[in-house]
Write a protein that binds this ligand. Structure first.
Ligand code: 16G
Length: 245
């Protein structure tokens, strides 16, 4: 919130510009979780904006759940929720992993059916050019908190009817003797786009982890190709490393 030229080349109404700056300060840790926001008057003086504009920007952040107001003591940056530590040493499913932590899982269905595969799915699953795929795209929640967006594609003989998946995909595959036993996972850093941020309930600009998992059956056949976006503010991935001999 530098006093000189803080608006830069930003466009849009001034309260939106200020809201973005405050969000940036929160996302980059300049304003720490649980810390108080400077008083409205101070922000107004610093930015040369009216108190009405400042109040409007703060109200927007309250609406987004990024800032909380406490009667008589001002506005505070929302407390960070604890991160989930996910081991990279075991092949687990979202449902099983969250259950182990005592958390209930729910899914919002974004897509579930038989589709023409994307070029990436064709390559990853080794499909014939005229084959279709079973695809399930879900917003995955644990303990009522949105955690990740997952788009899984499977060959039709492994998952003939995607509507059969109501809770755990891996539990269903196991029932049919198709439980993956090995997976290769690629993790990359991404900036989450606005529609994804809205689905995941995080402020625009939140960092995410893009994860691609290709999992294999005992026979060596590819069972699943899943592209996911995990909330960077909700996950830590942990791997155990040993000295190679
Ligand atoms: C995990 C897997 C995903 C798999 C899903 C099955 C990662 C990054 N991804 O979320 O590939 O499809 O579990 O979960 O770990 P389910 O059995 O609960 O449907």
């Amino acid at each position: 919130l530098r006093p000189d030229g803080w608006l830069g080349k930003d466009s849009g109404p001034r309260y939106v510009q200020l809201r973005r700056r405050l969000e940036e300060a929160i996302n980059t840790g300049l304003l720490q979780p649980n810390s108080s926001l400077p008083p409205e008057r101070e922000i107004a003086d610093l930015t040369d904006l009216s108190r009405v504009t400042v109040r409007k920007a703060i109200q927007e952040l309250v609406k987004k759940g990024v800032v909380v107001q406490r009667q008589g003591s001002g506005s505070f940056v929302r407390e960070a929720e604890p991160k989930v530590e996910q081991s990279l040493s075991h092949l687990t499913s979202f449902t099983a992993d969250m259950k182990r932590r005592g958390l209930d899982t729910t899914s919002k269905w974004l897509e579930r059916g038989i589709f023409l595969p994307s070029p990436e799915e064709v390559v990853a699953l080794g499909l014939a050019s005229d084959a279709s795929v079973a695809r399930i795209y879900r917003l995955r929640e644990a303990g009522g908190r949105p955690m990740a967006l997952e788009k899984a594609a499977l060959p039709l003989d492994i998952l003939p009817n995607p509507l059969d998946v109501t809770t755990s995909l891996y539990a269903l595959l196991e029932q049919h003797g198709n439980r993956p036993v090995r997976a290769v996972q690629k993790i990359s850093a991404v900036n989450l786009e606005k529609p994804e941020c809205d689905l995941l309930g995080v402020p625009e600009g939140t960092a995410g982890l893009s994860i691609q998992r290709t999992s294999y059956l005992e026979s060596g056949r590819v069972a699943e190709f899943t592209q996911s976006l995990y909330r960077g503010d909700a996950y830590d991935f942990v791997a155990e490393l040993r000295l190679s001999s």
